[in-house]
Write a protein that binds this ligand. Structure first.
Ligand SMILES: [Fe+2]
Length: 506
């Protein structure tokens, strides 16, 4: 029996007899001759099992038991009550006090040892179960955090795996529940497995690059061709230890107690030297955590990015379709998107808004699809009904874009990119901040590009002339149309705007 037993009895001859019995069985034994001493001994050095006499002067066994079971720190220590009383009421009192088992005096030695062993076994299982529950709760909390913080557009596999290494080595864990070292290895097809060592140094997780690399055969010699493993090295045949060469090639000390591992085609994690024996449970936990990051999150992230690319491509195609009968080339819509982004940036808008504005701005004239090509291409001035029809491209545009949440800004821009700050625009004659900021920005961008471009009724202006007209106005355009803040930003970054035009002009 590899355990510590506390024997509490006020009769010295009983103490000696029980001490000798358990010492003979290999247990470490301590003793107390009254209740107070027993509680003090338990507090100082908690035993694995307590043999408790009931009838003692001062505090009796029932009271000692009650106090032990009321304290969170001692309630899991099994207590066997040894009583000279045989009555049912005494047993009931003992049960009420929380005793785990009873024996009557005179004690039968074989029975006492068997019952003690049973209780110790139950206690050990109880502790294992408690550890497993706690670990499960931690893993579940970790996975929840991982998923709640998951951003498919910012996903970094190396950073996520590194975060997992830190979780597996976290200082809060029982020493037996964390490995001494973790090796995170990766390999491209056919190349060496190289990577990092992670250690917990006094509460801080430290990552160090491994000085060497392992080839495919060496990895096979550790894993034996399997995807995951858990091996205890103590007592194993030295000739059959997994991966005898790999440690030297990685520049690592070989493990001494155990190895838990997971590997896929391109990533592997080796957890070395847990402070307890390891089993299938450990390799399952490790492989499911690594696989969650490596396959689940990485796959979701790249799929979402692919869908996003397809979404942006579709927007571009739709925007270009609207230009089919227009005098502009497809570059007009791209430029308007780029000017808008530059202005939003200079206005100090958040990164996400700038990105969304970039693609939303491209769709500003999507409603022109509804206009008759003859109107769009008419060289001379438009009649009043034709002009009224042109104004409707804003409303058509909003209708085409619809009400998908990801296109909310695009819809807003399509509807308001001809509104003027002074209220002289269309379709609703909105003024000032009643016009959404994206609309005000795209209006500025659209006007500049129109000035730079040739139209059936006008020649193209160079950059300086276009900026001059925006600044001072002319017969067709008033500086009062622009949001003063947007205008100021435009003038601040006008060189950048000119560069965008020059880069994309055909
Ligand atoms: Fe327009």
């Amino acid at each position: 029996m590899d355990c510590h037993i506390l024997i509490v009895d006020d009769e010295p001859k009983n103490l000696v007899m029980l001490e000798e019995l358990f010492q003979f069985k290999g247990a470490r034994v301590s003793s107390a001759t009254d209740g107070y001493m027993a509680l003090e001994r338990v507090a100082r050095n908690p035993p694995d099992l307590i043999l408790l006499d009931v009838s003692m002067p001062g505090m009796d066994g029932y009271e000692v038991c009650r106090r032990l079971k009321a304290d969170e720190k001692t309630q899991r220590i099994p207590v066997i009550m040894v009583t000279g009383l045989r009555g049912l009421n005494d047993k009931i009192r003992g049960l009420e006090a929380g005793a785990d088992d009873f024996l009557s005096k005179p004690v039968n030695a074989a029975e006492l040892v068997t019952r003690s062993q049973n209780l110790l076994r139950v206690k050990q299982l109880d502790r294992q179960l408690e550890n497993a529950y706690r670990r499960l709760a931690e893993i579940s909390a970790y996975t929840n955090t991982l998923l709640s913080q998951f951003d498919p557009f910012q996903f970094d596999i190396q950073q996520s795996l590194s975060g997992l290494m830190e979780f597996l080595l976290q200082p809060g864990l029982d020493r037996s529940d964390r490995p001494e070292r973790l090796l995170l290895l990766s390999a491209e097809a056919g190349s060496l497995w190289v990577g990092w060592r992670y250690c917990n140094r006094g509460g801080e997780v430290e990552a160090t690059p491994l000085s060497g690399g392992a080839n495919a055969e060496e990895m096979d010699s550790v894993f034996g061709g399997r995807g995951r493993m858990a091996v205890n090295l103590e007592g194993a045949d030295p000739d059959r230890l997994p991966g005898r060469r790999i440690w030297a090639d990685l520049g690592e000390e070989p493990p001494t107690r155990n190895i838990v591992g997971y590997r896929s085609q391109s990533v592997a994690v080796l957890a070395l030297d847990f402070g307890r024996r390891v089993g299938d449970y450990d390799s399952q936990v490790l492989s499911s955590l690594v696989a969650t990051i490596h396959f689940f999150l990485k796959t979701i992230s790249s799929q979402i990015q692919e869908v996003d690319n397809a979404f942006l491509y579709t927007i571009g195609t739709l925007a270009r379709a609207a230009e089919l009968h227009d005098e502009d080339t497809g570059d007009h819509i791209i430029r308007v998107g780029l000017y808008a982004e530059a202005m939003a940036q200079a206005l100090g808008q958040p990164e996400e808004m700038i990105k969304v504005l970039g693609y939303s701005a491209q769709m500003h004239d999507v409603g022109k699809m509804h206009l008759h090509p003859d109107i769009l291409r008419k060289p001379g001035p438009l009649s009043v009904p034709e002009w009224e029809e042109v104004k409707l491209h804003t409303v058509y545009g909003a209708r085409i874009i619809g009400d998908h949440p990801r296109l909310a800004m695009a819809r807003e821009v399509a509807l308001t990119h001809h509104e003027h700050w002074d209220g002289s625009g269309y379709p609703h004659g909105l003024a000032g901040e009643a016009i959404p900021l994206p609309g005000r920005i795209v209006m500025m961008a659209d006007v500049y590009d129109a000035l730079r471009s040739a139209r059936p009724y006008k020649r193209p202006f160079d950059h300086a002339a276009a900026v001059g007209i925006i600044h001072r106005g002319d017969e067709r355009l008033q500086p009062g149309w622009f949001d003063p803040e947007v205008l100021e930003v435009f003038l601040d970054i006008h060189r950048e705007v000119a560069d965008i035009y020059n880069r994309t002009e055909q």
